[in-house]
Design a protein around this ligand. Structure first.
Ligand code: CP
Length: 325
């Protein structure tokens, strides 16, 4: 099984076997991460730069931990304190960093497509840590690993993704991945947040939680992404919780062994009741965080192998100034 990608910009270009390849390697990193000595030398002598133009707790921390556990030199750019604030463009910033010969660039950006554009300007591996409403590939991969470990497989499952689908890169990447792997996807939420256009991805659409959750294996909750909303999409948070918030009564419609997921950050009492989020018999939210480190280790390991192969085949891919030729 071969992983052929140069970058990890989204789930869209990945084949099912490439997804399985990342998940299988991530499983090995889960074992390593549970040992006292968590270190490996897979990325020794490589430089990883993390550029987060949007806030993050889980993704930023886990990419940093992942790189350090694999032995990379990891640098976190403080974007708020960078020359972007003086008017430097994203591309000029990328070219500047590229001239310092990084090997892995991890980028989160508020605009859809920005990470893809940046990847065209640099000669290292680029990982998308979330771009606008477009994709968040490592989130979908860690969700897939969590589901596979919990259910024993990731095919033929009924999976409900609930809430603000319209503004969610997590939903988009998960829909793409889970459909590629042969699962049935139900999208549940108010019509303002679940556009009918999503049926083109082969998903069933529901605006009633009880009908949508009936007999599902997995319940994935999403927060309202207000930072990407340009108007009012719900009457009030109280009304939203009443109709779409996951509580014990609504969860009872899912299968008895259904797991509850949330990519975080959570808004307790808005999209999910705190008692369900904390119920260790149903909620796998902390497992998702754990899988995040392992999946990011696997993705960077595989991309670094491809980068090194490509550099051996094309030793002159940069000139002496480190500028693309
Ligand atoms: N799930 C996720 O992307 O969380 P952060 O915004 O905290 O990275």
């Amino acid at each position: 099984m071969e992983f052929k990608q140069k970058h990890l910009l989204g789930i869209e270009p990945l084949s099912p076997s490439e997804i399985t390849c990342i998940l299988d390697l991530a499983d090995k990193y889960v074992q390593l991460n549970r040992q006292a000595n968590k270190h490996s030398n897979r990325l020794v002598s490589l430089t990883q730069i993390n550029m987060f133009f949007e806030n993050s707790t889980r993704t930023q921390a886990s990419f940093e931990i992942a790189g350090k556990r694999l032995g990379a030199d990891v640098m976190n750019m403080a974007m708020q304190a960078s020359s972007i604030k003086k008017g430097e463009t994203l591309i000029d910033t990328a070219l500047t960093l590229n001239a310092m010969h990084p090997d892995l660039l991890v980028v989160r950006h508020p605009h859809s497509g920005a990470v893809d554009l940046l990847a065209q300007k640099v000669n290292c591996a680029v990982l998308n840590a979330g771009d606008g409403k477009h994709e968040h590939p490592t989130q979908a991969l860690l969700d897939a690993l969590t589901i596979r470990r919990s259910k024993g497989h990731i095919k033929g499952l009924n999976i409900a993704i609930c809430g603000d689908i319209a503004h969610s890169r997590v939903a988009r990447s998960n829909i793409l991945l889970l459909r590629k792997m042969g699962n049935n996807i139900r999208l549940i939420g108010p019509p303002t947040l679940v556009p009918q256009g999503f049926s083109q991805y082969g998903c069933e659409i529901y605006d009633d939680m009880r009908a949508g959750l009936k007999d599902v294996d997995v319940v994935m909750m999403l927060r309202l992404q207000r930072e990407r909303m340009d108007g009012g999409f719900i009457p009030s948070e109280r009304e939203y919780y009443h109709r779409y918030g996951l509580n014990t009564e609504k969860l009872a419609y899912a299968k008895e062994d259904a797991i509850v997921m949330h990519p975080g950050p959570m808004n307790r009492g808005v999209e999910i009741d705190g008692t369900i989020a904390d119920d260790i018999n149903r909620s796998v939210i902390q497992e998702q965080v754990e899988m995040g480190v392992a999946v990011r280790m696997a993705a960077m390991d595989l991309l670094a192998q491809n980068l090194q192969k490509s550099r051996l085949q094309n030793p002159d891919s940069t000139n002496k100034k480190g500028v693309l030729v």
